[in-house]
Design a protein around this ligand. Structure first.
Ligand SMILES: Cc1cc2nc3c(=O)[nH]c(=O)nc-3n(C[C@H](O)[C@H](O)[C@H](O)COP(=O)(O)OP(=O)(O)OC[C@H]3O[C@@H](n4cnc5c(N)ncnc54)[C@H](O)[C@@H]3O)c2cc1C
Length: 432
C-alpha cells in the first residue's frame, strides 16, 4: 500500500499544460544509462522522443561575453585561448578526481577527509585562474545541484558526478542526461504505475511507531496502518520531519538535519513557433547572469508550438522568489529576450513552478551534502532503522538525484525488505 500526501501521484515529476500541450513542471529527461527508466517506459506502453538538439548552437554567456558552442558531447566552447586552457585543465582535474571516487562509498576514498573538508567553491578558487573558468564551474554547480558552489562539499560534487557517469554525461543532451523525454510527460510513468497499485491519495503520513513486530503508520487525518515493514520513500530531510516513536537514533536524526534540498524554479514560456531554431540557436544557453542561468528547448515533438525552459537556481532562486509574480515573470522574460532576441519577450503562455514552496517536497532537484556530511554520516545513509527502510533518488548509488536513481533505489530497498520479511503480516487499516 502506498500512502501519498498529495492529491496526485508523481511527486517531483508533475504534468502541466502550456498552449494546449503537455509540459513537465518537474523531472523531465531520461538520459544515457538510465536503463531502468527506459525499461519501465516500454513496460508501461509509453514512448520517448529525443530532446531537440539538431541544428544550431548553444549559447555561453559568461563574464559579460557571449560565445557559441556546438551542442555535442566533446565539443569545445569558442572562448579566448587563455580561458579555454584554464577551463580544460579544470575539467581534466575534476574528471580525474571524480573517477577516483566510488559512488557506493565516497567516505572510503583515501583522501575523503580532505575532499569533504572543503566546499566546491574553495576548489574552484584554487584550481581555476580565469573569471570565465570560475564562472563556468559555478554555473555548473547551479545547473547540476540547484545549489551554489559555496553550499556543496567537494566530495559531494565528485560523488554525484561519479554516480551519474561523468561531467559530460551530466550536462549533455546527445548521449547525456538530457537525451529523451516521455511522450505526454514523465509523470505518465508514475500515473501508469499507480493504476496497478493500492495508492491512497491525500494521505499525508505524520508519524511512525515501531515495535518488535511491525510498524504503525499514522496519517494526518488520523488513520492507522499496521504493516510488518515501512519504506519511507521521502528525501531525508522530509523523513526527519515525521514523528518517530521511539525517536530516531541520534545518528539518523542528525543525518536528516544535514542534507538540505536544492532551490530550483522551473519557468516555461510558449511561443507560436520555436523561432530561435531559424536563427541558428538550439534553445540551450548557459549564463552567469541571473535569474535564469540555464535554458532548454522543450517544445512538443511535432513543434506545433515553441517552448523555452529557464531554470532559476540556488542563490538566484532565493532572491527571485521574494519578488512579486509580475516582476518574477518580467525578469525571466528579459533574460530570454537577451539570449534569444525580441520575440522571446512576448510568449503566448508562461508558467513557473517553485519547488521549494511545495509542502511535500521543500526543494529540488534533490538533496545535497555540505562539507563533512559524507564522511560523518555517509556510511549510515542507506541503513534501515529497525523495520523502517529508506528509498528514493537521494539513496541511489547509481544515477543519484535522477528518476533513474529513484527507481533503482526503490528496487534495491524492496528486495531488502522482501528478503527480511519471510513472515510478513498482512497490512491492516484502522480508520480514525
Ligand atoms: C525542476 C526539476 C527538474 C528535474 N529534472 C530531472 C530530469 O530531467 N531527469 C531526472 O531524471 N530527474 C529530474 N529531476 C529529479 C527527479 O524528479 C527526482 O529525482 C525524482 O522524481 C525523485 O523521485 P523520488 O520518488 O525519490 O521522490 P519524490 O518524487 O519526491 O517522491 C516522494 C513522494 O512522497 C510524497 N510525500 C511527501 N511527504 C509525504 C508524507 N508526509 N506522507 C506521504 N507522502 C509524502 C510526495 O508527495 C512525493 O510524491 C528534476 C526535479 C525537479 C524538481
Amino acid at each position: 500500500m502506498v500512502l501519498e500526501a498529495r492529491d496526485r501521484v508523481g511527486g517531483r515529476t508533475e504534468g502541466g499544460v502550456l498552449a494546449g500541450h503537455p509540459v513537465e513542471l518537474g523531472g523531465t529527461w531520461l538520459g544515457e544509462g538510465h536503463t531502468e527508466m527506459y525499461r519501465l517506459v516500454a513496460e508501461l506502453g509509453l514512448e520517448t522522443f529525443p530532446t531537440w538538439n539538431d541544428a544550431g548552437t548553444l549559447l555561453l554567456d559568461l563574464g559579460g561575453r557571449r560565445s557559441r558552442m556546438r551542442p555535442h558531447k566533446g565539443a569545445t566552447p569558442r572562448l579566448n585561448p587563455i580561458a579555454l586552457a584554464d577551463l580544460a585543465q579544470g575539467l581534466a582535474r575534476f574528471g580525474r578526481l571524480a573517477r577516483s571516487v566510488d559512488p557506493a562509498a565516497p567516505w572510503a576514498h583515501p583522501r575523503a577527509a580532505l575532499l569533504d573538508g572543503q566546499t566546491f567553491e574553495s576548489w574552484i578558487r584554487r584550481t581555476l585562474r580565469t573569471p570565465t573558468g570560475r564562472a563556468y564551474f559555478r554555473v555548473l554547480a547551479e545547473a547540476v545541484h540547484a545549489a551554489d558552489a559555496t553550499d556543496l562539499s567537494l566530495l559531494h560534487t565528485l560523488f554525484y558526478t561519479a554516480s551519474n557517469g561523468d561531467l559530460e554525461t551530466l550536462i549533455s543532451v546527445d548521449r547525456g542526461a538530457q537525451k529523451d523525454r516521455v511522450v505526454g510527460g514523465s509523470v505518465r510513468v508514475a500515473e501508469r504505475l499507480a493504476e496497478d497499485l493500492d495508492v491512497r491519495l491525500g494521505a499525508a503520513v505524520s508519524g511512525l511507531v515501531q515495535d518488535d513486530h511491525g510498524v504503525t503508520v499514522t496519517t494526518r487525518a488520523g488513520a492507522h496502518l499496521r504493516a510488518a515493514h515501512a519504506v519511507v520513500a521521502l528525501p531525508p530531510t522530509l523523513a526527519g520531519r515525521l514523528h518517530h516513536s521511539p525517536a530516531l537514533p541520534a545518528w539518523r536524526d542528525q543525518l536528516t538535519q544535514r542534507v538540505p534540498a536544492g532551490t530550483v524554479v522551473k519557468c516555461l514560456a510558449a511561443y507560436p513557433t520555436p523561432f530561435w531554431r531559424n536563427r541558428g540557436l538550439n534553445g540551450q544557453a548557459v549564463s552567469d547572469t541571473g535569474p535564469v542561468t540555464v535554458t532548454f528547448d522543450v517544445s512538443p515533438p511535432g513543434a506545433e508550438v515553441g517552448v523555452l525552459l529557464g531554470f532559476v537556481e540556488g542563490g538566484e532562486a532565493r532572491r527571485w522568489q521574494r519578488l512579486t509574480a509580475e516582476r518574477r515573470r518580467a525578469a525571466v522574460l528579459d533574460r530570454f529576450r537577451h539570449l534569444f532576441g525580441p520575440q522571446a519577450a512576448d510568449p503566448v503562455s508562461y508558467v513557473e513552478k517553485d519547488w521549494s514552496a511545495e509542502e511535500f517536497t521543500r526543494g529540488c532537484y534533490g538533496a545535497h551534502f555540505g562539507p563533512g556530511t559524507w564522511t560523518a554520516y555517509g556510511p549510515v545513509l542507506r541503513e534501515p532503522v529497525g523495520r523502517i527502510h529508506w528509498a528514493g533518488a537521494e539513496y541511489a548509488v547509481e544515477w543519484s538525484g535522477y528518476m533513474e536513481g529513484a527507481v533503482r533505489s526503490g528496487r534495491t530497498t524492496a528486495e531488502a525488505v522482501l528478503a527480511r520479511s519471510a513472515s510478513r503480516a498482512p497490512a491492516a487499516v484502522t480508520a480514525p
